[in-house]
Design a protein around this ligand. Structure first.
Ligand code: ZN
Length: 101
């Protein structure tokens, strides 16, 4: 019940490092009759997760270039992206618990 759908966000580095596995985004297929608000929040969670994966892929690229300044900046971005994802997941949980959908 999972789509094998690549995020499409991390292009370029795979060609430079063909031996390394690429991080991919997986998400469950939801029924059409789901609550619209719930689906909208879930879409935001997916977007937040894709952003995280993009940062992780950028980290690999920076590491291959031994660009440690970039890695420090990416670590800061990762902290913000993780906080954003956690907030959205909490919003999703609150919605499901209060809306009963
Ligand atoms: Zn709902």
């Amino acid at each position: 019940m999972f789509n094998d759908t690549p995020s499409g966000l991390a292009t370029g580095w795979a060609e430079k490092a063909p031996g390394l596995p690429r991080i991919r985004l997986y998400y469950p297929v939801m029924a059409k009759e789901e609550c619209a608000r719930k689906m909208a929040i879930l879409e935001d969670v997916r977007t937040a997760m894709a952003a995280l994966m993009e940062i992780h892929n950028d980290e690999v690229e920076a590491l291959l270039k031994e660009d440690f300044d970039a890695i420090s900046e990416l670590r800061r971005k990762l902290g913000a992206a993780r906080a954003n994802k956690a907030e959205l997941i909490e919003l999703y949980r609150e919605h499901v618990e209060t809306h009963g959908c």
